[in-house]
Design a protein around this ligand. Sequence first.
Ligand SMILES: [Zn+2]
Length: 224
Amino acid sequence: MLPAFERRALQNHVRSISFVDGLPMNGLTLLDDPADPNTIDIVIRPAVLTETISQFLTRKERSCYQPSETHLEVSVDAGSLDATLDVLLHEGMHVVDLTADSATTQDSPPTLAAGYWQSLRTRRVPYDSNLLGNACFFSRSPLSMDTAPAIYQALAQSPFVSLYATTNWLDDSAELVAMYHLTHVLQQPYRIVLHRDEQTIVSLSPMESPLVVARFSAVKALYP
Ligand SMILES: [Zn+2]
């Protein structure tokens, strides 16, 4: 189910994959010795083993916000395949990026992200909207749900496939490849919906946005 370039990177460079309770994030790729690309360990939160990709991405997205008093809520429809697949697609791309032959360092993004990032966490103008890039996923300082409509409108006008992708180029690259593979190879849906009870407030399909579509040729180049 994984693309060949990720499968190869996982087989060649990953030392261990383990499941650990209490992780602050859902998956983590760690390069133990920067001088040795074969010392990569992947750690995954066990909760993803029992979730579908829709359930997983909805939980992840909601973790960014405080509960709303106005019933405003965000949901992600990304099909019913196992969430572990999405996590492996994402972490697999971290392995590809961290072991690239080029002189790539975390501060100089490779082709897939180069036009969009000037350093690990700094997006290039004009993709540097203040509404994006918030580290709510990591900071444990959830945002007010009232800010969500403006945030998703900004995301819809950006070249990024998810809010998580706007935090740094490694996650941008990983999210872009994971979503491309899910939607274009495995034919899964991908839609983010902001709703109040049954009423849709904002609905976006990032993979149909022209700025995201413009990045597909660079992703396709990774496939044999
Ligand atoms: Zn990541």
